[in-house]
Design a protein around this ligand. Structure first.
Ligand code: GDP
Length: 447
């Protein structure tokens, strides 16, 4: 099983929490030690492990328990979300050029699976209806000729033309000729395989720079062997500094790698893993889904969906309580604050955001903006009297009260007026929405 050791290492952490009622600073010490050990054994670098464990423990004791969810289950969920984050969050799609052909340059050390990946990628794109061409640029391998032959054979196997020009000309020149050929053939995508070395050296980098200059590729993908472990971070960083890359392809995930590379690539310079190779067959290439990968590592798919359901139910209950308030026109500043805070809290849990109907995707900038305006609102609501909070009409009707709130909170009267108006707008808007949802018609909008 992929990353089996990591999976069982983490399991120890959940098991220590069985029978506990809550997550506390004290009872997560042992589980955190297990998580730390499991990650280090998976060959994740120490600084990353430290940050990871810190983030998980902060959340474990910082967020309240979800009703009906056991502490060990909640910890699984928190670790899952952090793993997803560590691996880049969202899936990173390949980027295609606006005009044909899109050029994909593959780089990487020798033996990582570059030639294999070239052909796999061509087949992968062909299946998406794109016409492809391969360029054989791996001319320096010991017994170089077979490397090119290998690509020609693989190209034939997947039914994609290969541009090969022998081993006598420089890769940059092969690239130039190949690109010309691709334009003539009017193909959608050109994939160039390049020569790797056993170690990073200047000659290889210079050559890649030359090739890159000639090709002006849309994607420069570093092919990384999953067995590389935490070194993957340094590798990605070096290649990025030297030639500039757009992402990585992780190969040999079907082998007995421990997981370190998968967890370290993004940490390097923030470049995502875009694709993974999981076998020697040409079909064994797929997009890299951080969430599925985290799910596989944890091997607790049912616990995860259970916790997610529970979160949904809780959000639902909050929403229902709010609904009845709105229906009875009792929605006041206290609810306003509660509501806005709930949204802000959820904002920091970006994965949860998608669950709120109508919220869709929320960007970090939007979340920051929301947090800023929440602070502003809070400061004004804080200086209101309890009566004013419960009866917003008092503020709506009295300029003197608004003035006092402005003075006490250090804001302008205009800002206070805006806040009051916002509350009433929210009442109206939600009432309208409720009417529509319950089969009523939308009342005419009054201005
Ligand atoms: P290159 O030197 O980077 O071009 O590496 P090759 O493409 O020649 O691959 C080196 C070896 O790794 C070959 O024996 C491939 O069959 C093998 N290989 C490549 N990708 C995978 C993979 O995803 N899984 C497994 N098990 N083997 C792979």
């Amino acid at each position: 099983e992929m990353f089996g050791q990591l999976t069982s290492g983490l399991e120890a952490a959940w098991n220590k929490l069985k029978g506990e009622e809550v997550l506390t600073k004290e009872n997560i010490v042992e589980p955190m030690r297990d998580i730390r050990r499991a990650l280090l054994e998976a060959d994740v670098s120490l600084p990353v492990v430290r940050r990871f464990v810190q983030a998980v423990s902060d959340q474990a004791v910082g967020t309240g328990l979800i009703r009906g969810v056991r502490p060990d289950q909640q910890l699984v969920k928190i670790v899952n979300d952090e793993l997803v984050k560590l691996m880049g969050g969202e899936v990173s799609e390949l980027v295609f050029a606006k005009s044909k052909p899109t050029v994909i340059l593959l780089a990487g050390l020798q033996g990582v699976g570059k030639t294999t990946v070239s052909a796999k990628l061509a087949l992968y794109l062909k299946k998406q209806g794109k016409s492809c061409m391969l360029i054989a640029g791996d001319i320096y391998r010991p017994a170089a000729k077979p490397a090119i032959d290998q690509l020609v054979i693989l190209g034939e196997h997947v039914g994609v033309p290969v541009y090969a020009a022998g081993t006598a000309i420089k890769p940059a020149e092969i690239a130039r000729q190949g690109l010309q050929e691709a334009r003539k053939k009017n193909v959608d995508v050109v994939i160039m395989d390049t020569a790797g070395r056993l170690q990073i050296d200047k000659a290889m980098m210079d050559e890649l720079k030359e090739v890159k200059r000639v090709l002006n590729p849309t994607e420069v993908l570093l092919v990384v062997d999953a067995m590389t472990g935490q070194e993957a971070a340094a590798l990605v960083t070096t290649f990025n500094v030297e030639i500039g890359i757009t992402g990585a392809i992780l190969t040999k995930l079907d082998g007995d790698s421990r997981g370190g590379a998968a967890l370290s690539v993004k940490e390097g310079i923030g470049k995502p893993i875009k694709l993974v190779g999981r076998g020697e067959r040409m079909e064994d290439l797929e997009p890299f889904y951080p969430d599925r990968m985290a799910g596989r590592i944890l091997g607790m798919g049912d616990v995860l969906s259970f916790v997610e359901k529970a979160q949904e139910v809780m959000a639902q209950e909050d929403a229902e309580e709010l609904q009845s308030k709105i229906m009875s026109a009792k929605f006041d500043f206290n609810d306003f604050l509660k509501q806005t805070r709930a949204v802000a809290r959820m904002g920091s849990m970006s994965r949860v955001i998608g669950m709120i109907p109508g919220m869709g995707k929320v960007t970090p900038a939007q979340i920051r903006e929301a947090e800023k305006s929440l602070k502003l609102m809070e400061s004004m609501i804080e200086v209101m009297t309890p009566e004013e909070r419960e009866k917003p009409e008092l503020l709506a009707e009295s300029p003197a009260r608004r003035k006092r709130v402005a003075q006490d909170s250090g804001k302008t009267e205009q800002q206070v007026s805006q806040l009051v108006a916002q509350l009433f707008q929210m009442r109206v808007r939600m009432k309208n929405l409720m009417g529509v949802m319950q089969g009523g018609s939308l009342p005419a909008l009054s201005n």
